[in-house]
Ligand binder design. Structure first.
Ligand code: KPL
Length: 300
């Protein structure tokens, strides 16, 4: 299989390096990371150990591939879609935070599958990614139901030794993941703590409030996500990723823009559509946006 991984951040690099155990992979990312990958390959350490040699480039040249896995930050989705529109793919899989698959699907001339990934990843230095926790990739048709292309992509991931489940209820799973991210990401970034700190109060209560509000908005959108399911999933992820620094905390550590608009911001926006007040998500979004504006990494 020819696989293009668009976005060589921590998760994209980990996915690309692991997929390269069984497939021909090209990583699209930024320097100095890409140059190091070209010279020395990728080193994966931590919960998974591997050294693989995917191809790597900073400029996607429009080459076709069997599969493109999109791992860019949510706010880079439309730019990624514009670049990818110059190529041809049998399928595209989004492994991004937020509910961004529809934006990809609107611009790409390829079937777009939805996915979630709970593998923990951290870029240690150019060419070196640490797998901080073996999770799972779950993927399937964007609108739910079965799709033979999802089965094929699932096999592509499993052939490379990646824990993967093909699911028929992706809309619910995407919202469940959004509830988990709404609970964990902003709180850990603002408090500068690992995910495990949310097992105890006061972080636990704050995270649960944000997740519960998200489940309420999901139900208003017609998605059958109970508060119970959202809170159980939140507790499970906090436990399974206790030692992780969330992707938002990693962004804050690096002084770069966060995905708050696609996480707590998206809950506020969808809530407004249904006249639902989501005060915890609103406060978390406002606090992180204030931090971004203060750092000059947010265009107001
Ligand atoms: O997706 C994540 C993230 O950090 O963005 C979780 C699941 C919270 C793991 O850290």
């Amino acid at each position: 299989m020819d696989v293009l991984v668009f976005g060589a951040g921590s998760l994209g690099t980990l996915a690309g390096a692991l997929l390269a155990r069984a497939h021909h992979v090209t990583l699209v990312g930024r320097d100095p990371h890409v140059s190091r990958v070209r010279e020395e390959g990728v080193r994966v350490s931590g919960a998974v150990e591997a050294r693989t040699t995917p191809a790597a480039t900073t400029e996607y040249d429009g080459s076709d591939a069997d599969l493109v896995v999109v791992t860019v930050k949510s706010f880079d989705t439309s730019a990624a879609a514009d670049a990818l529109a110059t190529g041809a793919f049998d399928a595209a899989l989004s492994l991004q935070n937020g509910l961004v698959e529809d934006e990809l699907a609107a611009r790409l001339d390829a079937p777009v599958l939805a996915g979630t990934a709970t593998y923990g990843a951290r870029l240690v230095e150019p060419g070196h990614v640490e797998c901080t926790g073996v999770g799972r990739v779950v993927l399937g048709a964007r609108g739910g139901g079965t799709d033979p292309r999802a089965e094929r992509v699932g096999k592509t991931f499993r052939d490379a030794g990646i824990e993967t489940l093909v699911a028929a209820d992706m809309p619910r799973r995407r919202w469940e993941k959004l509830a988990v991210n709404a609970g964990i990401n902003a709180v850990t970034a603002l408090a500068r703590v690992e995910n495990g700190a949310l097992a105890d109060d006061p972080g636990r209560t704050l995270a649960r409030r944000a997740a519960r509000e998200t489940a309420r908005v999901a139900r208003a959108e017609g998605i059958p996500l109970s508060n119970r399911r959202a809170l159980t999933s939140l507790a499970e992820v906090v436990d399974a990723t206790a030692a992780n620094r969330s992707s938002t905390l990693q962004d804050v550590d690096a002084g770069t823009r966060t995905e708050v608009d696609a996480i707590n911001g998206a809950v506020v926006e969808r809530g407004e559509k249904h006249r639902l007040d989501v005060p915890t998500n609103r406060t978390l979004a406002d606090l992180l946006r204030t931090w971004e504006a203060g750092r000059g990494v947010r265009e107001m």
